[in-house]
Design a protein around this ligand. Structure first.
Ligand code: PMV
Length: 325
């Protein structure tokens, strides 16, 4: 009745921002992501008659504010397994949460894999992805390995993520630059609801499918410049929707803005590097492995960069044998 899973957050290269079904968390467009090797969420779940209520502990703190969302997810899994048992959940991230590094993607992926196994459910990768999506949309992309696509779909059964290329298809590296550990003031799940209030939302939607097709082609061809140009423009496109939603959402800090300009400058000086940013100030910079040391060296001289995490593209969520309690 006790299981532990490990999952990696993913970074979306083509982003999910806006939902056509709030309750089922069906996005208005497809997205593409990669799992990040050095960042992990480890989660142990135990269901037992000894617990009279669900206990949730994340990063050594008992969770009250966000506990509802976790408990709702446990309810989904209990209902599939027809179990009345309460659970103890302990979860640990090895990276800052609430700063734009997608801890909810790895968090709900690890919770889904651990809790369903603890209740004896034998779910396929597709079923796990569908389930994880209902906890946090992007979590469905942390279930499969490598380069992942979450296709646009009209029903819950069809809205899941699958691997489109294995981890070792192309040695692209995602270097995370932590510019501050301050938590975002508007959670992503609230921000998602505002997307459609932006006057630019419809224009963004019209470009999504062709962007996805084009990006997949550049990944297939391992064409880094074309790949980088698309992902950076896509991040700015999503942030244009955020900036112009009502109320407006500004997820950047001064460090984020400075770093975006710095990456562009390094490019003019000959370093092929491109950024992407989610809901928070921390910044992802993508380079090919052969250029990673140059980027990291440059970042080490930037005063407002507090920490750098070099990630390769990794496998998906999986069970492990070492429990947290
Ligand atoms: O899955 P959510 O609700 O945490 O939303 C993720 C939103 C972005 O990170 C900005 C984009 C994405 O596709 O991951």
């Amino acid at each position: 009745m006790k299981s532990t899973a490990i999952a990696h957050p993913n970074v979306a290269l083509i982003k999910y921002w806006g939902r056509k079904d709030e309750k089922l968390r069906l996005p208005t467009n497809g997205s593409i992501s990669v799992n990040l090797s050095e960042m992990t969420t480890t989660t142990t779940v135990e269901f037992s008659e000894k617990y009279t209520s669900d206990q949730i502990r994340i990063d050594k703190q008992n969770l009250f504010d966000e506990a509802d969302r976790v408990i709702k997810h446990l309810d989904r899994i209990r209902s599939l397994a027809k179990s009345p048992l309460h659970a103890k959940v302990v979860s640990e991230n090895n990276f800052p949460s609430g700063t734009g590094l997608s801890s909810s993607s790895s968090g709900f992926a690890a919770l889904t894999v651990a809790a369903s196994n603890a209740l004896g459910l034998k779910l396929s990768e597709k079923e796990l992805s569908i389930l994880a999506r209902q906890g946090s949309g992007s979590a469905c992309r942390s279930i499969p390995s490598g380069w992942v696509e979450w296709k646009d779909a009209e029903t819950s059964e069809e809205s899941y993520a699958r691997s489109i290329f294995p981890n070792d298809h192309w040695d692209v590296v995602d270097v995370v630059a932590v510019v501050s550990t301050e938590k975002k003031d508007v959670p992503t799940s609230i921000g998602q609801k505002l997307a459609q209030t932006s006057p630019f939302f419809d224009a963004r939607q019209q470009s999504m499918q062709s962007k996805i097709t084009e990006l997949k082609k550049h990944i297939t061809d391992r064409s880094f410049k074309s790949f980088g140009e698309i992902i950076e423009a896509e991040a700015l496109n999503m942030h244009a929707v955020m900036l112009t939603s009502s109320p407006s959402l500004i997820y950047w800090s001064t460090g984020t803005l400075q770093l975006m300009k710095q990456v562009k400058k390094w490019r003019t000086e000959g370093l092929p590097a491109y950024f992407t940013i989610n809901t928070g100030q921390d910044t992802h910079i993508l380079v090919e492995e052969k250029n990673a040391h140059i980027l990291i060296e440059k970042l080490s001289t930037v005063s407002y960069v507090k920490k750098v995490i070099k990630n390769s593209i990794s496998q998906g969520a999986r069970l492990i044998q070492t429990h947290l309690f």
